[in-house]
Ligand binder design. Structure first.
Ligand code: HEM
Length: 448
């Protein structure tokens, strides 16, 4: 590991902000597995890239690490939901929410996932131009709307996308302001930026409020909490106290699912189609698997399990472009990793973006090669060499949902269309809160 001085770190800051991905990659290529730099007085930022070290932070010594302060602005949007809460409150919510994402429930959303894709594809025609980021975002919002509320949110897509853009932009602005690092509640200051973000959040709140009001009017499902996620949240009872969630808690969890569950999946799909467009061999193999396994049927969750190559394609896209490109924690007490002292209060990043490219764990790390994720090939790999869904107790509760969704949508689209990037377009990743493509992603759809 290497420790940079304040002066060195400061000199790198403009570069780091302009292109965080290249910055991280270069630091590690030059300085080894662990790089430490000061971000504020007495606060260091440690970047880890080796699976063993990542496993220590996320699992081995996980009780010593909380979500980092960089997640704080996110609480403005998702409140005290699962993604941002800590301690006993988080543990209780996790116990309640985890069963809602069991295989049995996730499978029950397979129909919604496939039909959302079918509806989208039905609006396309041979040789049509689409903008992939907007298209996939609307599609993922449709799925999440149906799974969460059993409702059609397609009419809201045009409003949700710019709202998400605004909120992400705010999070980046806040955390890259030096004041944030020396003022504990800087994110609460009523800056013009904050007011804009509040207005944006109000638009998302309005959707959630509308859904809850609608459910109250109609009465929730059949009361056994077996319907959509809103039904399950309303029916959930704490095992010890037998109490239900407060209405505010239900709102926060709904908002969490909406924010955590739609943007990430949408990005996964954009990267997947973009990679397939430049890897015709992998795409031909995908088409032949989809044609032979599905034989023209609309796929369900059982079919998704049989689509080995399709799954591998999605997994490999998640390796190269992990939507949650970095994970950040803060140490409660002193710790040591890779011979580096991690003081209490320091920040530790374990970016999947870097771990997924570690040269000792991946051959040809920059290459797109779904073969790596065929069952035989994956054997013997370090458990933490691949962590698109994080790891340890805070790992993604929606990973099964997300994989099924991406595989079903990819399969349904592939049955009918082939997507090609417009000539000369090569999307570059933009490390916002999620790893999005920079700018627009024009693609042409061609009927197969
Ligand atoms: C947490 C990735 C889809 C809900 C996480 C974390 C990652 C992640 C890396 C851990 C963050 C950390 O430890 O700092 C992804 C990716 C997705 C995806 C890459 C899509 C490809 C979803 C979906 C849902 C969801 C579809 C729900 C509908 C959550 C929640 C948490 C979480 C609630 C917080 C869990 C906790 O802290 O207990 N996700 N996610 N995610 N994700 Fe996902």
């Amino acid at each position: 590991g290497v420790r940079l001085t304040g002066r060195e770190a400061l000199a790198l800051l403009p570069y780091a902000r302009r292109d965080a991905l290249a910055f991280y990659a270069e630091l590690l290529a030059r300085h080894g597995d662990t790089v430490s730099m000061p971000v504020a007085p007495r606060t260091k930022f440690h970047v880890l890239s080796r699976p063993e070290h990542v496993a220590h932070v996320l699992v081995g010594n996980q009780a010593n690490y909380l979500k980092a302060r960089t997640y704080r602005p996110l609480t403005e949007v998702v409140g005290n939901g699962l993604l941002t809460s800590e301690g006993e409150h988080w543990a209780r919510q996790r116990r309640l929410v985890q069963p809602m994402f069991s295989r049995r429930h996730v499978v029950s959303f397979g129909g919604d996932m496939a039909s959302a894709a079918t509806r989208a594809v039905d609006t396309w025609a041979d040789d049509a131009r689409i903008e992939a980021a907007t298209t996939m975002s609307a599609l993922a919002l449709d799925v999440v709307g149906r799974a969460l509320f059993g409702a059609d949110l397609t009419g809201d897509a045009a409003g949700v996308a710019p709202t998400m853009d605004l909120l992400m932009d705010r999070m980046i602005r806040v955390t890259s302001n030096p004041l944030f690092w020396i003022t504990p509640n800087y994110h609460e200051w009523r800056t013009p930026n904050r007011r804009k973000a509040d207005a944006a959040k109000a638009r998302l709140d309005a959707i959630v409020d509308r859904m809850i009001a609608d459910r109250k009017r109609r009465g929730s499902g059949d009361g056994d909490g077996d319907g959509d996620l809103l039904d399950m949240l309303l029916a959930a009872r704490d095992a010890e106290s037998g109490t239900a969630m407060s209405e505010q808690q239900v709102r926060d969890e709904l908002m969490t699912f909406m924010v955590a569950g739609h943007e990430t999946t949408a990005n996964t799909l954009v990267w997947t189609f973009s990679l397939l467009s430049t890897h015709p061999e992998a795409r031909r193999r995908l088409e032949s698997e989809v044609d032979s396994v599905l034989a023209g049927r609309v796929p369900d969750a059982d079919d998704a399990d049989k689509l080995e190559w399709t799954n591998a394609v999605v997994s490999e896209a998640l390796r190269l472009y992990p939507p949650a490109w970095t994970l950040e924690r803060e140490a409660i007490a002193d710790d040591e990793v890779d011979g580096v002292r991690i003081r209490a209060g320091s920040m530790v990043a374990t970016p999947p973006w870097l771990v997924h490219r570690h040269p000792e764990h991946w051959t040809n790390p920059e290459g797109f090669d779904p073969e790596r994720f065929l069952p035989e090939a994956a054997r013997g790999r370090h458990k933490f060499a691949y962590l698109p869904f994080g790891g340890g107790r805070r790992q993604c509760v929606g990973s099964g949902f997300a994989m099924l969704e991406a595989v079903l949508i990819l399969a349904v689209i592939t049955q009918r269309y082939r997507l090609d990037l417009a000539p000369g377009v090569r999307p570059r990743p933009d490390p916002m809160i999620t790893l999005r493509p920079r700018g627009k992603v024009p693609m042409t759809v061609r009927a197969r």
